[in-house]
Design a protein. Structure first.
Length: 200
């Protein structure tokens, strides 16, 4: 069954990621061999990084209106009432490019249930956007003496400045909000910093 097409309402019981790939790496540049010079200026250059590819976390759908008429408040775990939304059969039409400003999913499928009913949508029945993030550093270690060295680091987080619409609150699932169904938050853009470390 296609998880992005509703026939029967499904619920996701945990926030476990479906796939999470993380790689760390380091490469030492052989400038001393390339330029045939073995000195403190050609030695000690390296690049390192952490790359992460992750699928999204479930979108939490919220019905805050107590349409069930049983007077339940926030339950602490979901931070919402037990009331869910009413969902109609149809394609969820996941928007795989949230930067275009369009809703992330087909909001026309969802509505408030009738009074005295809880709803059938499930709390977390589909996933939000994933993450493709590259954190990298350029290093230069210069030996000063046999036991002392100076390390220069230029580090960039989210190196390629790709918008990361990742997280439990990135997609607005509250049907009463004017931004219902839209991506409303993103992780930080590219951040760079320079560091100098003395080793002895």
């Amino acid at each position: 069954m296609d998880p992005y097409n509703y026939g029967l309402a499904r619920d996701i019981s945990s926030f476990d990621l479906r796939q999470n790939f993380v790689a760390t790496y380091r490469y030492d540049f052989p400038f001393d061999k390339l330029f045939r010079q073995d000195n403190r200026w050609t030695q000690g250059w390296a690049i390192s990084g952490v790359t992460r590819f992750t699928t999204g976390v479930p979108v939490t759908l919220v019905n805050p209106d107590d349409t069930s008429l049983i007077g339940t408040g926030n339950n602490g775990v979901n931070n919402s009432t037990i009331d869910e939304l009413k969902v109609s059969a149809g394609s969820l039409q996941i928007n795989h490019d949230p930067r275009n400003g369009q809703p992330y999913f087909n909001t026309a499928l969802f509505s408030l249930p009738g009074l005295g009913t809880i709803g059938n949508s499930g709390r977390r029945s589909f996933y939000g956007p994933g993450m493709q993030k590259w954190d990298m550093a350029l290093l230069k270690t210069t030996k000063l003496t046999e036991s002392k060295s100076l390390e220069f680091r230029f580090e960039a987080f989210n190196t390629f400045n790709h918008a990361q619409f990742f997280g439990a609150t990135s997609v607005d699932g509250n049907i009463n909000d004017p931004t219902f169904g839209h991506v409303i938050s993103a992780d930080a853009p590219r951040i760079a910093q320079v560091a100098l470390k003395f080793r002895s």
